[in-house]
Design a protein around this ligand. Structure first.
Ligand code: HEC
Ligand code: HEC
Length: 439
């Protein structure tokens, strides 16, 4: 309450002015001395003037201050060497940013709670398993069991020795943890689960001692303290190794890679589509169906250059030259010759000629006039089996249509070939195939 007059004063001032106004109105209406009013008004005006003047002086001194600061700044800037870089970091006072303050010892202590393996960081305290048993039963056993053996799926804290090399090792504080400091730190900071931070140092020492006792590592009179905890040796303290692979192994793995002339020649001989059994209907839209072994890139180590075009050119030139040498006798022979070239697209899957065997596609001897799907020992797709049952025969028309678009002429065929796009090719290949009557 003692503060309220101070708080109220400004408010009262305002009220006073308002009341003053009301008082003036009242006196006038009661025909009071008009001179009084004039005097009051003059006084008020004077008061306003004074406060205005005060405000002005205030403002003036503020302006003066800003001007002085600006002048000082300008002087400072002018005093700087002309070579000052505009992109250089701003100079710092005493090398610091002038932000914040040194952390207090207490503040650092509040954050610095971790305990190191040698015991540094342990709060002073002591406890034994005898006292720890009761605390453990009270605060931990509901989850970890009376003997730290674990309830249901809660972690087991004791036992499991000699299981670490098993397929299903039991990793407990006793069998696995290399440092006792971790047990103290972990329990002190995070247990009991859901009530972390409620244990005192002495309680924690006692509980840690009880966990050791449950692991048969101490007897119940052993007094665990901040002095001896760091020296306590856990059974698995040597079970962890320092990862020295960067030193021990990386060198062995990182031989200089071969970057040039590593292999005399690399050639691609087949597409995987020919090797794997493409499902009957699967992937009929696949671009792989357009694949042929023709035109595949090949590499030579001479500069490891990519030269399919060059190779194709050479091949073409050789063929043209060969054709020029042995001019075919007649048009029919020329067509067969052209068909032979087209047949390269089929060769990966089909054989034709004397003793031709089935490959991934049936042999194509004596094709014209042959019943569809009729080659012995070849496993046709259902659509071909059906064609066979209907007794359909290969003639020029059906063959032309089939070879143009195998998948649409024979829906469900397992022939993974997109078709011959050029009409001339179909005529040529039929002429070529027709030249093999076979046996
Ligand atoms: C409500 C159940 C519950 C209680 C009570 C509880 N814990 Fe835990 N304890 C857990 C769970 C859950 C974990 C596993 C936590 C994790 O993996 O993040 C755990 C993990 C541990 C571990 C590490 C086990 C390991 O091998 O990783 C220790 C040690 C431990 N508790 C000790 C204690 C001690 C000591 C108490 C009593 C002061 C206690 N716990 C009370 C549930 C509990
Ligand atoms: C990727 C392999 C592959 C390629 C390339 C291929 N075929 Fe086939 N061909 C097959 C398979 C597999 C069949 C059996 C189809 C079925 O059962 O559905 C077949 C069936 C045929 C048949 C039907 C034979 C019969 O006994 O009824 C003819 C004709 C044929 N192919 C011609 C060709 C020609 C000509 C080419 C080249 C222009 C060619 N194929 C390219 C795999 C191929």
């Amino acid at each position: 309450m003692s503060k309220s007059p101070n708080i109220l004063l400004p408010a009262l001032g305002v009220t006073g002015i308002v009341l003053g106004g009301a008082y003036g109105t009242m006196t006038r209406s009661y025909k009071a001395d008009e001179a009084d009013i004039a005097r009051a008004q003059a006084q008020a005006a004077e008061a306003r003037l004074v406060s205005q003047e005060e405000a002005n002086t205030d403002l003036k001194s503020q302006i003066a201050l800003v001007q002085d600061t600006a002048k000082a700044k300008i002087a400072e800037l002018e005093a700087r060497p002309a070579t000052v870089s505009l992109t250089a970091p701003a100079p710092m006072h005493d090398g610091a940013m002038g932000l914040g303050r040194e952390a207090l010892v207490e503040e650092i202590a509040a954050w610095d709670v971790d305990v190191l393996p040698d015991g540094r960081g342990l709060p002073a305290g002591t406890g034994n398993a005898f006292d720890g048993e009761e605390l453990f039963a009270d605060k931990c056993a509901a989850c970890h069991g009376d003997f730290a053996e674990g309830v249901d799926n809660w972690p087991v804290l004791a036992g499991g020795f000699d299981t670490l090399a098993d397929e299903d090792p039991v990793k407990t504080v006793g069998s696995y943890w290399p440092h006792l400091s971790t047990v103290y730190d972990y329990v002190y900071r995070s247990m009991p689960f859901g009530e972390a931070g409620t244990l005192t140092p002495d309680e924690t020492y006692a509980i840690v001692a009880y966990i050791l006792y449950s692991n048969d590592l101490i007897d119940d009179e052993f007094e665990l303290t901040h002095v001896n905890l760091g020296a306590f040796e856990m059974p698995n303290k040597n079970g962890f190794i320092i990862d020295d692979r960067p030193k021990a192994e990386y060198a062995a793995w990182s031989a200089e890679p071969c970057m040039s002339n590593c292999k005399d020649e690399v050639t691609v001989t087949m597409r995987s589509v020919f090797l794997v059994n493409t499902p009957e209907d699967g992937g009929s839209e696949s671009v792989m169906n357009n694949a042929t072994v023709e035109g595949l890139p090949s590499f030579t180590s001479a500069g490891a250059s990519f030269i399919p075009e060059a190779e194709a050119k050479v091949e073409e030139t050789v063929e043209v030259a060969a054709a020029a040498v042995e001019e075919p006798a007649d048009e029919g022979a020329a067509l067969i010759k052209a068909g032979e070239k087209v047949f390269k697209k089929c060769k990966a899957c089909h054989a034709v000629g004397d003793g031709a065997k089935n490959k991934s596609g049936p042999q194509l001897n004596a094709l014209l006039g042959r019943t569809m799907g009729s080659v012995d020992g070849f496993k046709y797709s259902n659509v071909f089996k059906a064609a066979y049952d209907e007794g359909r025969i290969w003639d020029e028309a059906s063959l032309t249509e089939f070879l143009a678009k195998p998948k649409s002429y024979m829906k469900g065929t397992k022939m993974s070939f997109s078709g011959l796009k050029k009409e001339g090719d179909q005529v040529a290949i039929i002429a070529y195939l027709n030249s093999f009557l076979g046996d």
